[in-house]
Design a protein. Structure first.
Length: 143
């Protein structure tokens, strides 16, 4: 998987620092309830676990803003509901797999919108089922 299809976890953590008015990564680690070394490892590996943790802790945070820094920080007109980290992980993985299969790359803002849209669709489904064929169709449309 190429790094062009991944979000920069360092930038995402900096956005969280801005949002929470934190001065240090230790404050971020404390907020996320992880060790500072874990946070460093997430940054080095560009781990999607960081995104899942932040999403779970900040339910009213707009996923597009978190991933890209674009748009509004907070979701407007929506009640704060916790993000289902398992569903988010599955959606991110499905998008990454489909992008890899078509050897495609999306700009971060477009990719974030795709992930947020798919998350909404899957999360609304009682079975929380991700249909790879539909994900592939949406990925191709986004390209």
């Amino acid at each position: 998987m190429s790094t062009s299809n991944q979000h920069n976890v360092g930038e995402i953590l900096r956005r969280l620092m801005f949002l929470k008015k934190y001065d240090t990564y230790q404050e971020v680690a404390d907020f996320l309830e992880v060790d500072n070394r874990t946070l460093s490892a997430w940054k080095q590996r560009n781990s999607k676990v960081a995104v899942q943790k932040i999403s779970a802790k900040c339910a009213d945070l707009d996923l597009n803003w978190l991933l890209t820094g674009e748009g509004e920080m907070r979701q407007e007109g929506r009640a704060s509901t916790p993000v289902d980290a398992d569903v988010l992980e599955a959606v991110i993985e499905a998008v990454e797999v489909c992008l890899g299969q078509v050897e495609g790359s999306l700009k971060p803002a477009k990719k974030a919108q795709l992930i947020a849209t798919l998350y909404g669709i899957v999360n609304a489904d009682a079975e929380k089922k991700i249909e790879e064929g539909k994900v592939m169709q949406l990925v191709r449309l986004a390209l």
